[in-house]
Ligand binder design. Structure first.
Ligand code: NAX
Ligand code: ADP
Ligand code: K
Length: 504
């Protein structure tokens, strides 16, 4: 599903008006009709509008007027006089229809009593034009409203959420339902904004659909995911479904390569190898007899292992490098040499994860323009790659996009909502999953899952998008309470995701 940034929405708004000749008042009227349809099923007796000075307030006045026309009692708290032509027009109509308007300056006891008389609140304080911070008086108002059990509907986006990245500064209107116009905005999905959005409804209010095609941000939804489902040819053999090798493990991290291998197996790869130090090999052998495990020469991975690994590459499709390998100088050197070698060019994909990203951060140029490379950093690893603070990059679509463009690469910045970008600057957001994934091991499972998908024929980018959707969905479909989940339990639920996608 296409998403749009607030700035793109304004541009779509402008083009609809200027190029297609739809009057802006008609768009506002359509927005008001969508809000009216959302409100009517609640059969409210007394509706309160919160109206800012922009068009978000204009939408609320217009919706309020439609409710007045139906005989519902509606009042407005006005935070600033209407400042746009459309808002002024609808403010006037609202008053013509008998709507009462009260100016708001600060939250007094009198205003609190007044608010409590209503059974539905419509938030038209700020929409996509919101920038910066809420003022102290509005914070008081919103916090007071959030604590009341009155039903709350937000116009376009709950006031206080930044539509670009979902930050709230410091609070936002806590909506039960949000009715947004044209397309959802990233801020509806990123946390903490998502927690304030409630049920999100997208109202098509007359923008030509083709204008949304210009947007290069997409939410990975069931429909998109289903299109990537790998085919299982009934007469397929293990070679048909591809071969993966996980290069990982160290004496400290013996489970990481195992979990990555598990991801590849459970997603359907035909053959899975691990290339690990001996200690890790023992763990893999004991837990996953399906895996062909090969041991490195010494207790850590070093450049001495390159010859064996290069020979193995002739037999496989996809490589995962980095899960649990540690950061010893010799291992960093091994990763640099492996990734720079001609040999890895023959692979369908090289998934660079965990400590291999540490090695890459020393010499980022080695990944530049390498078409089969995929990077799977979490914020800490991405911070090291970009030399930017973690706070600066979390939920920062632009940072991920710039990195992908500059390095001519494709990557996923993992998080509660993961950001995927390719070298052309296209973006996908994946919001499947839950806190059951916020546990060591799930990153390893993901890299193996992605590799297993490439082995089965998905392009590296498709595997990145589908793999992250898939693992998240497996966590969602698990019967167990999310706190009790672990990476291997999530892998046990992969079958449920396949079944779920087949029913769509
Ligand atoms: N395609 C569209 O974009 C459409 C937009 N409509 C509505 O119009 C809204 C956008 O309207 P506007 O661009 O007028 O903007 P908004 O109404 O979202 O808010 C902008 C107003 O708030 C003020 N403001 C912004 N940040 C502030 C802060 N931190 N503290 C105090 N004041 C602040 C601005 O100075 C401006 O007066 C949309 O969200 C939607 O509700 C609808 O009428 C339908 C069509
Ligand atoms: N709260 C959450 N909701 C949804 N997905 C999450 C959440 N927390 C983490 N994840 C997902 O779990 C995985 C964690 O990866 P990572 O941080 O690399 O873990 P590890 O340290 O185990 O390798 C990522 O795919 C991330 O998107
Ligand atoms: K709003």
């Amino acid at each position: 599903m296409k998403l749009v940034f607030p700035k793109q929405m304004k541009e779509i708004d402008r083009r609809t008006i200027e190029e297609f000749g739809i009057p802006s008042l008609l768009l506002m009227e359509n927005a008001a009709t969508a809000l009216e349809h959302e409100i009517i099923p609640f059969s409210p007796h007394k509706v309160l509008l919160l109206c800012g000075s922009g068009n978000n307030g204009g939408d609320a006045y217009a919706a309020g007027r439609k409710l007045l026309a139906r005989g519902i009692e509606v009042s407005a708290l006005r935070i600033g006089m209407p400042s746009t032509r459309e808002a002024r027009f609808n403010y006037k109509l609202f008053k013509n229809f008998g709507g009462k308007v009260y100016g708001f300056k600060a939250l007094t006891e009198k205003i609190k009593c007044f608010i409590k008389k209503h059974d539905l609140v419509l938030d038209g304080l700020f929409g996509v034009g919101f920038k910066g911070m809420l003022s102290a008086e509005i914070i008081d108002l919103i916090e007071y409203l959030n604590a009341l059990s009155i039903f709350k509907i937000a116009v376009d986006i709950p006031s206080g959420i930044n539509g670009i990245n979902g930050t709230v500064n410091p609070v936002a209107f806590k909506a039960d339902t949000t009715v947004t116009f044209g397309a959802a905005k990233p801020g509806h999905y990123f946390f903490p904004g998502h927690s304030f959005t409630g049920l999100l409804k997208i109202a098509k209010i007359g923008f030509p659909e083709k204008l949304f095609e210009t947007s290069n941000i997409e939410l990975v939804d069931d429909k998109l995911a289903k299109a990537f489902l790998p085919e299982r040819i009934p007469w397929g053999h293990k070679g048909t479904f591809g071969k993966v090798c996980i290069v990982g493990g160290s004496s400290k991290y013996t489970g990481a390569a195992l979990l990555a291998a598990l991801g590849s197996i459970r997603i359907g790869a035909g053959m899975v190898y691990t290339f690990t130090p001996k200690e890790t090999q023992r763990v893999v052998r004991n837990s996953l007899p399906e895996v062909i495990s090969i041991a490195s020469k010494s207790a850590i991975l070093t450049s001495e292992d390159l010859e064996t690994l290069h020979a193995l590459i002739d037999d496989i499709d996809t490589l995962v490098v980095g899960t649990g390998i540690g950061r010893a100088d010799e291992t960093v050197e091994f990763v640099k040499k492996l990734l720079s070698s001609e040999k890895v060019k023959s692979l369908k994909a090289v998934i660079i994860d965990a400590d291999a990203l540490y090695a890459v951060s020393k010499v980022p140029e080695i990944i530049m323009g390498r078409e089969n490379f995929l990077l799977t950093p979490h914020p800490g690893e991405f911070s090291r790659l970009t030399r930017k603070a973690v706070e600066e990059i979390v939920n920062n679509i632009d940072a991920v996009k710039s990195f992908a463009r500059e390095m001519e690469t494709r990557l996923i910045l993992k998080g509660a909502v993961s950001i995927i970008a390719n070298e052309s600057g296209n973006i996908w957001l994946n919001n499947t999953g839950n806190t059951g994934l916020a546990k060591a091991g799930s990153g390893d499972l993901l890299s193996g899952t992605i590799a297993g998908l490439v082995a089965q024929g998905l392009s590296p980018l498709e595997a990145l998008i589908f793999g992250s959707y898939f693992m998240g969905k497996a966590a969602e479909l698990a019967q167990e309470y999310e706190a009790t989940l672990s990476a291997s339990m999530i892998a046990d639920n992969y079958g449920k995701v396949f079944e779920y996608l087949k029913t769509l």
